[in-house]
Design a binder for this molecule. Structure first.
Ligand code: SAH
Length: 354
């Protein structure tokens, strides 16, 4: 059996592993031991699991694979210590992960898909196109491999890399349960943020799960015509439908929502835009995160820093809580999708140059 035919053990939760092993005639507690080797000690070699019998290790080697990610490129910002990893997946695709240092610790931005289907005009991931969903193990390993490589323990996880997390709902939910399992990595979902462009039915489903995570909604425009132009998902789920789901999410989970708004000159940055946004969000328990738009080579979008500050102040005067997001890693193209797009282009042109 080659690795691709074997069961991807890092995508299995403890119950699934227990079921497989007991069916094979093993004691249930063996599953917990293996789960701890993988998710607590981060040992990715069955032969190094010293309290597992040689016979069981042989069975594991023959039937399971432990997926890994390979560092294809690692860029470190000379401005702010942000580190960007371009990881190669076992099937040769690439994804990006960004490690960011804040005053309180390290936060990691992970990808959920190879590419993205959503087609947001300002986003580099959309330009490179969609290939496939990431497996739970491939989302999880971005954290495990980055922690191993950098020697730091992350205290925050943001699902804001390449891809739309709610378009890979099952695998992302499985990832959340794996990362937070008390018998394993035991990471509190209170320190996880999930960012979505607004796939409304999934927001309702997520609300019911009451995971404790922070939901970020990429709004970027306060009128339907303008939003549909820059975010095609709005043609399916209008702003009103989206905000209805957000209200439901807040009511059901008791958690505040963050709205992401990339301020783009001549698109959504006028004082009228700010007033419309304030009207929309009035009475919603939320926070607005204003982002200076990251330059994407193929697009002409720009942000003036002063424009963002003025926008924030105008929202503030209207009683809307808004902050301007610090730009990290601007010298290493840390905005999602830019590195993968470049490598995909190089591959198309006859191979990458590294
Ligand atoms: N698909 C999800 C998460 C990935 S994108 C989503 O849409 O939310 C993470 C965030 O980066 C989103 O808010 C997205 O709108 C924003 N983003 C994408 N390209 C950007 C750019 N060029 N400048 C600023 N923000 C950008």
């Amino acid at each position: 059996m080659n690795d691709l035919e074997k069961t991807d053990i890092l995508s299995l939760d403890l119950t699934e592993l227990e079921n497989i092993l007991t069916e094979h005639g093993e004691k249930k507690f063996r599953a917990r031991q293996i789960f701890q080797w993988l998710h607590v000690k981060k040992v990715f070699d069955f032969d190094k699991m010293t309290d597992i019998s040689a016979q069981l290790r042989e069975y594991l080697n023959g039937n399971f694979c432990i997926n890994r990610l390979f560092i294809q490129k690692r860029l470190e910002s000379s401005i702010d210590n942000t580190v960007k990893y371009l990881y190669r997946l076992p099937d040769g695709n690439y994804i990006e992960t960004v490690l960011m240092k804040y005053n309180y610790g390290y936060s990691i931005c992970v990808s959920t898909q190879v590419g993205c289907k959503m087609g947001c005009r300002f986003c580099a991931s959309a330009i490179a196109g969609f290939v496939r969903n990431l497996l739970p193990s491939e989302i999880l390993l971005q954290i495990y491999e980055t922690e191993k490589n950098s020697g730091v323990k992350v205290s925050g996880v943001v699902l804001m890399g390449i891809g739309e997390p709610l378009d890979n709902y099952g695998n992302v939910m499985k990832f959340l349960s794996l990362i937070s399992d008390k018998n394993g990595n035991n990471f509190s979902l209170r320190h996880v943020s999930l960012s979505t462009c607004g796939i409304v039915p999934r927001i309702y489903e997520l609300a019911e799960l009451k995971t404790g995570l922070t939901l970020s909604v990429s709004l970027h425009c306060a009128d339907n015509k303008g939003r549909s132009e820059i975010m095609p998902v709005n043609r399916k789920y209008s702003i009103e439908t989206l905000l209805e789901a957000c209200r439901y999410y807040i009511k059901t989970t008791g958690r505040r929502i963050t709205f992401e708004y990339a301020v783009i000159e001549n698109v959504n940055s006028s004082s009228d835009d700010a007033d419309r946004l304030a009207d929309l969000l009035k009475g919603i328990n939320c926070h607005v995160n204003l982002i200076p738009v990251n330059k994407v080579r193929e697009r002409n979008y720009r942000t003036a820093r002063t424009g963002v500050t003025a926008f924030a102040e105008r929202l503030g005067r209207r009683g809307i809580n808004a902050t301007v997001r610090r730009t990290l890693g601007s010298d290493i193209e840390a905005a999602c999708g830019q590195l993968r797009r470049d490598v995909a282009e190089q591959d198309r042109n006859g191979g990458a140059d590294f």
